[in-house]
Design a protein around this ligand. Structure first.
Ligand code: SAM
Length: 293
């Protein structure tokens, strides 16, 4: 069974990138009145205590969300939107609680939108069910103890013909790197106009470096626009394993298919500031590329 628990990493630099992209994507999609389905294929526990046992074991949020909330001066709009969502779950200026993707999405959705959450880890699924129950969101949210990679077959296309799929696996098992592009392929076949967002770790594994290339090839083959944002916060072992290795994840990326057209300029403004705020050494950097539009 899996050993990955997102609670150890909640609010780290990867979450900041992922959730900034998620929030700014959703805010655009929610401008249209028609109901939106959000399918979160790998949901985690939903919400996390940053002063709890898990998070304080690694304190990754200190180099992530805490730095954004403590930033001096005005933030670019995308980061401001992120900070506002996190602050909505907290009193005061620091974050003691960190909303995961299910709580972020639910916070932004309107009453007629729907959220489907898949989580396979028994403890996280139990925690997610308990946390979601407190929201008293009724039929708006469904928690499924099911394989998120299979969920596109069940939920796409949605009755409302509008959907965002967030696919955020733990990549604990090597097969995740193959299942992510397979999900995109199946999703685009069933629902070509849906928006798809994939998070991935940029680590010294050939599969990790291949993943955005494979997603790009699929988007291009389907004639769909795509957007790829990556954030590096520190030097890490290179794909050939020859440079200095520091503990912890050095970089991650978000790959989107059918992104809102507003997202690229929004991120182009936000990413330089994000790299500056979250830098752990001189290797901090960002990239943003797009195509197919
Ligand atoms: N999306 C969450 C967020 O942003 O707050 C974090 C998710 S975490 C990176 C990945 C989660 O996927 C873990 O809780 C793990 O237990 C779960 N998981 C792993 N494989 C899964 C699968 N095949 N289907 C559903 N959940 C899975």
């Amino acid at each position: 069974m899996f050993s990955y628990r997102h609670a150890f990493h909640a609010g780290n630099h990867a979450d900041v990138l992922k959730h900034t992209v998620l929030i700014n994507t959703l805010q655009h999609l929610l401008l249209k009145e028609a109901a939106l389905l959000v399918l979160d294929t790998h949901a985690g526990a939903g919400i996390y205590r940053l002063d709890g046992d898990y998070a304080s074991t690694s304190a990754e949020s200190a180099d992530g969300v805490a730095r954004v909330l403590a930033a001096e001066g005005p933030l670019p709009p995308a980061l401001q939107a992120y900070a506002e969502v996190v602050r909505a779950f907290n009193r005061g200026t620091t974050a003691r609680v960190y909303p995961g993707s299910p709580f972020i999405v639910q916070h932004l959705l309107r009453a007629h939108d729907r959220l489907k959450l898949c989580e396979l880890h028994p403890s996280d699924a139990r925690a997610l069910e308990g946390n979601v129950a407190q929201l008293e969101a009724g039929r708006q949210i469904a928690v499924l103890r099911e394989d998120g990679f299979e969920a596109v077959r069940k939920f796409l296309p949605p009755p409302s013909r509008r959907a965002l799929v967030l696919c955020d696996p733990s990549y604990e098992v090597k097969t995740d790197y193959a299942r992510v592009p397979a999900l995109l392929q199946e999703g685009l076949k069933r629902f070509p106009t849906g928006a798809y967002a994939f998070w991935y770790p940029l680590i010294a594994r050939p599969e990790a470096h291949d993943l955005p290339r494979r997603l790009k090839a699929l988007a291009q083959k389907a004639g769909k626009p795509w957007l790829h944002a990556a954030l590096t916060v520190k030097g890490g072992k290179s794909a050939t394993g020859d440079s200095q290795q520091r503990p912890g994840l050095p970089a991650s990326g978000m790959f989107l298919v059918n992104p809102p057209y507003t997202l690229e300029p929004t991120l182009r403004e936000a990413l330089p500031r994000l790299a500056e705020l979250l830098a752990q050494d001189r290797h901090a950097a960002w990239t943003l590329e797009s195509g197919g539009a």
